[in-house]
Design a protein around this ligand. Structure first.
Ligand SMILES: CC(C)(COP(=O)(O)OP(=O)(O)OC[C@H]1O[C@@H](n2cnc3c(N)ncnc32)[C@H](O)[C@@H]1OP(=O)(O)O)[C@@H](O)C(=O)NCCC(=O)NCCS
Length: 176
């Protein structure tokens, strides 16, 4: 399998993206249902070339710079990249943000929650992070629900990339 495996859950592998993931990454950044609430530029990604550039400059650059980032979620059942979940260091606010998105075919099966529980545990126990935030459009009810299930609580609103988001937070004291 391409890319370093970071985490394994019951139904998923979470591994680092590499350039070979450009097609699923393009779909995650261009399908209207997926980017409806994410704060991506209007219309999302418009070409595979642009997707490759974003792949290089965001998740792949983040692994090199910070040692973590958004990770590709590979469904064990069909070995396809069906989404991403992971942590992102926000240089402006010095916060670490949990983020996730999946292709619509796979919604409603608890996969995002499954991936995010593993990501949160990794942030807490492997990276030693004491605080993780989530930024969400308030109308994105499925995403708000995930943050609530993970134990994050509302902490006001913030402006991110020109849009207002609800901010959720969890203090993550290490357990191991
Ligand atoms: C948000 C997203 C990742 C959820 O993925 P998923 O795998 O379907 O999520 P899960 O099944 O783990 O959990 C979703 C929860 O929201 C609930 N939910 C989903 N749609 C809902 C709705 N319209 N109203 C109320 N609750 C809803 C589900 O019932 C579930 O909660 P439950 O376990 O208590 O029943 C997926 O919809 C997605 O990729 N959206 C586009 C990208 C995005 O918005 N990412 C988040 C940016 S902040």
């Amino acid at each position: 399998m391409a890319g370093n495996i970071i985490l394994e859950t019951e139904r998923l592998f979470l591994r680092e993206f590499d350039e070979g993931d450009v097609v699923p990454f393009f779909r995650m950044g261009s399908e209207p249902a997926v980017i409806r609430y994410t704060g991506d530029p209007p219309g999302g990604l418009t070409s595979l070339e642009q997707a490759l550039e974003v792949l290089r400059s965001r998740p792949i650059a983040d692994y090199q710079k910070y040692g973590y980032g958004r990770w590709a979620c590979v469904l064990k059942a069909n070995t396809e990249v069906i989404g991403f979940a992971g942590l992102k260091y926000l240089a402006d606010s010095h916060e670490v943000d949990i983020g996730y998105r999946f292709l619509p075919t796979y919604w409603g099966q608890g996969l995002a929650t499954e991936a995010c529980r593993a990501v949160l545990d990794y942030g807490r126990n492997r990276l030693g992070l004491e605080r993780i935030i989530g930024l969400v459009h308030p109308e994105n009810v499925a995403s708000v629900r995930i943050l609530e299930k993970l134990g994050l609580t509302p902490d006001g609103q913030v402006e991110y990339q020109g849009r207002r988001f609800a901010k959720y937070v969890i203090e993550t004291r290490g357990t191991t």
